[in-house]
Design a protein around this ligand. Structure first.
Ligand SMILES: [Zn+2]
Length: 221
């Protein structure tokens, strides 16, 4: 685990921080792909964990959700728009082309089982010491987590922190073939940049200083 701020740890479940989960206070954010369960449970051993929240219900975020929730008896939390995917494990609803080979492979090899949602999250809700910020675009119900007291932002896939082909750290838009509405996604990036975060963490790639997000948002115009 990599501590990125007070009471916030990044838990990479794939090499080069290419797929990340977070322990945010006592809440696990995201759960990697379906084979990430053992790694997550090892990382969380000895830690107080009382809940599990999803930034969004894509296969590289909800993969081990059911396993971890069952093993640690955690209530699952996500936005209302992600609930159906989280509960059924059918996670392609927000893909522009759910019949594509890439989408079907994601469902088959990475997606995990569904799990009942215990609490629906919406803008302004408090979880793990953070505030929920609705950041739709990548999916309809994508959310980010914001702690104003020290400017820490967990952005999920609202912004991607690495080039997904080369794995080089670099800020970018979410992957087009897996994104529901790119124009809405751009608006969410502007919304996050307007918070002026000091530290920003992602579902994919290493955490960066807030200046990097500001520069990226500016580059989008
Ligand atoms: Zn992702």
């Amino acid at each position: 685990m990599i501590q990125i701020a007070e009471n916030v740890w990044q838990i990479p479940v794939m090499p080069r921080q290419s797929v990340n989960c977070y322990l945010m206070g006592d809440v696990l954010v995201d759960a990697g792909v379906k084979r990430s369960g053992p790694k997550l449970l090892r990382a969380l051993q000895g830690k107080a964990v009382s809940g599990h929240a999803l930034t969004h219900a894509h296969p590289d975020h909800q993969g081990a959700t059911a396993d971890v929730c069952k093993a640690l008896n955690l209530p699952l939390m996500c936005h209302a728009e992600e609930r159906e995917a989280a509960e059924t494990g059918h996670v392609l609803g927000s893909f522009p082309n759910p019949g594509s080979l890439m989408a079907r492979m994601q469902q088959r090899f990475f997606a995990g089982a569904g799990h009942p949602v215990a609490r629906v999250l919406a803008e302004g809700d408090q979880v793990g010491g953070f505030e929920v910020i609705e950041t739709p675009g990548h999916t309809r119900g994508h959310i980010s987590f914001w702690r104003a007291s020290d400017g820490v932002l967990i952005a999920g896939d609202a912004v991607v922190g690495m080039n997904l082909l080369t794995t080089r750290p670099q800020l970018g838009l979410p992957l087009g073939i897996a994104t529901w509405d790119m124009e809405v996604a751009r608006q969410s990036i502007a919304k996050l940049a307007a918070l002026s975060p000091r530290k920003v963490a992602f579902g994919h790639g290493p955490a960066v200083d807030g200046a990097a997000l500001a520069a990226f948002a500016d580059s989008l115009g």
